[in-house]
Design a protein around this ligand. Structure first.
Ligand SMILES: CC(C)(COP(=O)(O)OP(=O)(O)OC[C@H]1O[C@@H](n2cnc3c(N)ncnc32)[C@H](O)[C@@H]1OP(=O)(O)O)[C@@H](O)C(=O)NCCC(=O)NCCS
Length: 186
């Protein structure tokens, strides 16, 4: 039953249950719904999300650095989330802006939500003058690799891939990461 619920066959039913979704940048006023989603689906701390939304992602557009996007239903509930920021914000020695914590709730998967979330981040990166957007994905995460592939991301250089893996190894991560990048230009 669980397999059916999350399979392609159930997509029309899930689409009906979830209803229309709006994909947009998140603001400080979205914090409560974001925290409800985060408690269930994200490993990012509430303190971090609050601070970033207040100080960086949720600012008036000309001051915004990095960004957070959500897919919200008509009742304002979050079904998908991603953020983009510099790793240097967290002390990692890696340049550029990176897509982070891309997650879509199981009931809303395979409906193009992740694709729309990352597309919105690409637009925002372009507006903020970033030349490229990067992502690091566990090498066994086919769903995520295919999503980035579909958006035109390509494998980054061997050097950047090594640098990224070394930075994460030093931070205690054990999985091998594939590094992807794309121009932020539309
Ligand atoms: C990865 C993830 C974000 C994809 O979200 P999504 O909204 O279902 O993705 P999309 O509907 O935009 O899918 C885009 C394409 O990716 C591929 N894809 C996505 N999920 C897939 C899956 N489970 N199996 C195979 N291909 C998949 C397909 O090619 C799909 O296009 P299609 O449906 O037209 O065939 C979602 O599966 C998820 O939240 N996974 C758990 C968290 C995670 O791994 N996050 C990524 C961290 S880097």
């Amino acid at each position: 039953m669980r397999d059916f619920f999350f399979s392609g066959w159930s997509k029309p039913l899930r689409r009906h249950l979830v209803g229309p979704l709006e994909v947009r940048l998140l603001r400080p006023a979205d914090l409560e719904v974001l925290l409800a989603f985060a408690a269930e689906r994200l490993s990012v701390s509430p303190t971090f999300l609050r601070r970033q939304l207040d100080a960086r992602w949720g600012k008036e557009s000309h001051e915004r650095r990095g960004a957070a996007v959500g897919a919200l239903d008509t009742k304002g509930r979050v079904h998908g989330f991603a953020w983009m920021d510099s790793y240097r914000e967290e002390g990692l020695p890696l340049d550029g802006v990176w897509v982070r914590s891309l997650v879509v709730a199981p009931q809303a998967r395979r409906m193009g939500v992740a694709t729309q979330l990352v597309s919105r981040l690409l637009e925002e990166a372009h507006r903020q003058g970033e030349p490229h957007v990067r992502a690091d994905v566990d090498e066994d995460n086919d769903a995520s690799l295919r999503t980035f592939d579909g958006l035109g991301f390509r494998r980054a250089s061997a050097r950047l891939t090594e640098q990224t893996n070394e930075a994460w190894d030093a931070a205690g991560s054990t999985k091998r990461l594939i590094v992807l990048e794309r121009d932020a230009a539309p």
